[in-house]
Write a protein that binds this ligand. Structure first.
Ligand SMILES: [Zn+2]
Length: 112
């Protein structure tokens, strides 16, 4: 399996999450190759590299104790960024969509 450059970033987030949540976090997984979890649009490897660390997001799938790292396409990232300017702690509808898609992708990954 090819080592993804974002694994380093994910490792750092993972270490922090372990400090914060302890044994609730048992593993980590990088979501890639399935497109943007917000809208399904393809995110190319080039775009991933360009965006780098700053736009790697993380979601904790509690039922599985796994930290999922993911990237959004520019459109979704900008949308969330713009909304968070006016409502920093708000939970947006797009977050539900992202969580739903990440969970589905992870469960699919487990089945392989
Ligand atoms: Zn998107």
């Amino acid at each position: 399996m090819k080592k993804h450059p974002l694994f380093e970033v994910l490792d750092a987030i993972y270490s922090q999450a372990k400090l914060q949540y302890g044994s609730a976090i048992k593993g980590r997984w990088l979501h890639d190759g399935d497109g943007c979890p917000g809208c399904g649009k393809e995110i190319t490897a080039t775009k991933w590299k360009k965006k780098k660390a700053m736009s790697l997001n993380a979601f904790i799938y509690r039922e599985h104790g796994v930290l999922i790292g993911y990237m959004l396409c520019g459109k979704c990232a900008n949308h969330i960024f713009a909304e968070s300017e006016t409502n920093p702690h708000g939970h947006l509808p797009i977050h539900d969509e992202i969580e739903k898609n990440l969970k589905a992708a992870f469960v699919k990954h487990l089945g392989h």
